[in-house]
Write a protein that binds this ligand. Structure first.
Ligand code: GMT
Length: 384
């Protein structure tokens, strides 16, 4: 076999939104298509970053029919039915689902339906974080998530920490193979693109630019970001840019007002060209309560921006303490302020190390790992 590429027809199921799991799934599919694999994306909307101008990429929209009797959308059923159709007629070799809820369960259902017609298709499930930690382990979902994990031919986790959490919270069959395949970036596309004009829009030349980007949910602890910024600003001219949007935005704006910080904090809302925005930052802050990986931190590092993050979950596997920035206990606002000055005092070192550390997550290194796993489940008989 040597190094010959065995081209495969791959179905990718993901959330189409701006969230990290959707971004990772989309970038993975585009890179696989670039390499020559045939990729079929299946979701309820075209994924946010998906460029379909490639012969090897198709998008199949899951339509959820409305009926007055249903008070909730029947997404799992519509997704399973769409999967049956795509697997059968596009003759897929495998399905790769991102985020266990409800994608892995819908894939299991589709697999069972196809089995009655003698069609076998292996499923690989990538666990992303809250499908295990915050949401997945909730008793309302736990039995179904555990079952779907155990029924997948292959399971991957985006960090070692998430793998340990999966084993801790779920009754995973002893013979179930769980592989750690870290998240990645296409570093050809995702790199520093400094735009002085953009920076001047937000800050004076002598001001430090502190940045945070997320979906502004409770788990992200954006209040801590504002408090860290306040601590920095007491000693140094600085501006804070909060990129993204989400449920906590109003209360965060209220906090800015009550702290008299409105003149120094800018909420950008959702931004399309994140790398341009990140490239004007001097420091990225991600103090999350829990984070299986922290793709946003990696994106900042790829743009040569050092990171101060909490040490929860998989963050220390991405942001290496003392190198690409610092990791501190959740809620240690004072410690984070202190470390910000340590970074500013030795900026070149931290900025260079951030970029170097990001190289470890280059898609070029990670893509072959997924291909290897795909081959293991698709060409199983041939290997045995
Ligand atoms: O759970 C979420 O917050 C959403 C989820 C997503 O779909 O973006 O984020 C998780 O997956 C990302 C991609 O693998 C990781 O980078 C995030 O750390 C992870 N979020 C959490 O663990 C809170």
């Amino acid at each position: 076999m040597g190094n010959d590429i065995r081209f495969m027809k791959i179905g990718i199921v993901c959330f189409p939104t701006l969230g990290g799991s959707g971004i990772v799934a989309t970038e993975l599919g585009m890179a696989l298509a670039q390499k020559g694999h045939e990729i079929h994306f299946i979701s309820y909307k075209q994924p946010y970053r998906l460029e379909t101008i490639n012969n090897n990429i198709d998008f199949h929209e899951v339509i959820i029919p409305d009926y007055p009797l249903f008070e909730t959308p029947q997404y799992v059923l519509a997704l399973a039915s769409k999967l049956v159709e795509v697997i059968k007629f596009e003759k897929l070799d495998l399905v790769h689902v991102h985020y266990a809820i409800p994608n892995a369960s819908a894939a299991f259902l589709a697999k069972q339906i196809l089995a009655t017609e003698g069609i076998q298709v292996p499923v690989i499930t990538t666990l992303h974080g809250t499908d295990i930690t915050l949401v997945g382990k909730d008793p309302s979902y736990e039995p179904v998530v555990a079952f779907s994990i155990n029924q997948s031919e292959m399971v991957t986790c985006v960090s070692e920490s998430l793998k340990q959490d999966t084993l801790k919270y779920f009754n995973v069959s002893p013979n179930k193979q769980i592989e750690v395949v870290p998240n990645f970036l296409n570093l050809d596309k995702f790199k520093r693109v400094f735009d002085q004009g953009l920076r001047s829009k937000y800050a004076e030349d002598d001001e430090k630019v502190i940045m945070h980007a997320s979906n502004f949910r409770k788990v992200k602890r954006v209040e801590d970001v504002i408090r860290i910024f306040k601590g920095i600003r007491e000693k140094l001219p600085a501006k804070l840019i909060l990129v993204g949007d989400g449920p906590k935005r109003s209360s965060l704006e209220k906090l800015c007002r009550s702290e008299n910080l409105c003149d120094y904090i800018h909420f950008t809302g959702k931004v399309a060209s994140v790398e341009r925005m990140l490239s004007i930052a001097d420091l990225f802050v991600l103090p999350s309560e829990t984070e299986s990986f922290g793709l946003a931190a990696l994106e900042a590092m790829a743009c040569e921006v050092p990171v101060i993050s909490s040490d929860s979950g998989g963050l220390p596997e991405v942001n290496v303490n003392g190198l690409s920035g610092f990791t501190l206990p959740v809620g240690d606002v004072e410690g984070m302020v202190e470390k910000a000055f340590e970074i500013f005092n030795n900026y070149e070192f931290f900025s260079n190390s951030a970029k170097e550390q990001a190289e470890n997550f280059n898609i070029l290194n990670i893509l072959p790992k997924y291909e290897e796993l795909y081959e293991q489940i698709v060409f199983k008989e041939a290997v045995n």
